[in-house]
Design a protein around this ligand. Structure first.
Ligand code: ADP
Ligand code: AMP
Length: 215
């Protein structure tokens, strides 16, 4: 099962991907996480993309396609969730080619629909565990004990430097210009389903599960 989660920044893609990993043993491939890891470890590519990410712009197709290709090559999993990739038509076409080279296909694409107005609050309240990657929110999903990750007990909780209103506006603009055409692309391929991502996290998870059963 190769599943793509599509939605604007803050739609809940990472949150739902982590649940699918925990509940179904799927593998999450997040290009945002890969790029942040490259930035933190200070690789040449990481240094090159740092300023672009900070501004909330897209990094080049070549870089992210290369990252996905590298990850897919070493992977032996029964299910993959693509989170934050593809974000352009070229990336979607490259993914199709990579998967068909492995005798596979994109099986389902789920659009996570959220009101734009809700995104600022979601993004500005987001923090994550720097050790296990669990996603939290100041209001809708705080940690049980302040400053301590519920999942792994780490106190290394972080906020992203691009989770501010200015960068969000640029990311949202890119979403509408570059990523939203993918909805038409996957609809035409008969792969697209939508979920109401304004609902509570458990409800969204149940809706996604229902879409996966139908795929
Ligand atoms: P994305 O990966 O699409 O950018 P995240 O999964 O990181 O989005 O979620 C963005 C923020 O919104 C996080 O702080 C998360 O805890 C919160 N969030 C996710 N899903 C919901 C939901 N259904 N209702 C309310 N808040 C949510
Ligand atoms: P995300 O974690 O998905 O919100 O991505 C964070 C940032 O990483 C984005 O604002 C982009 O700068 C970059 N990025 C992540 N995935 C992609 C992609 N598929 N294509 C281009 N840039 C990306």
């Amino acid at each position: 099962m190769n599943l793509i989660l599509i939605g604007p920044p803050g739609a809940g893609k990472g949150t739902q991907a982590k649940r699918l990993v925990a509940e179904r043993g799927m593998v999450q491939l997040s290009t945002g996480d890969m790029l942040r890891a490259a930035r933190t470890s200070g690789t040449e590519m990481g240094q090159r993309v740092a300023a672009v990410m900070e501004r909330g712009e897209l990094v080049t197709d070549e870089i992210v396609i290369g990252l996905i290709e590298e990850q897919l090559r070493g992977l032996d999993a029964s299910g993959v969730i693509f989170d934050g990739f593809p974000r352009t038509l070229s990336q979607a076409e490259a993914l199709g080619t990579l998967l068909s080279g492995m005798g596979q296909d994109v099986d389902a694409v789920i659009e996570m629909r959220v009101d734009d107005d809700a995104l600022v609050e979601r993004i500005t309240g987001r923090f994550t565990c720097g050790d296990c990657g669990e996603v939290y929110h100041d209001r809708t999903r705080p940690t049980a004990k302040p400053g301590v990750c519920d999942v792994c007990g780490s106190t290394n909780l972080k906020r992203r430097s691009d989770d501010n209103e200015d960068a969000l506006r640029r990311r949202l603009m890119d979403y509408y210009k570059q990523t939203s055409p993918l909805l038409g692309y996957y609809f035409a391929h008969g792969k697209l389903a939508g979920v109401d991502a304004m609902a509570e996290m458990d409800t969204v998870a149940a809706e996604i599960a229902a879409r996966l059963e139908a795929a």
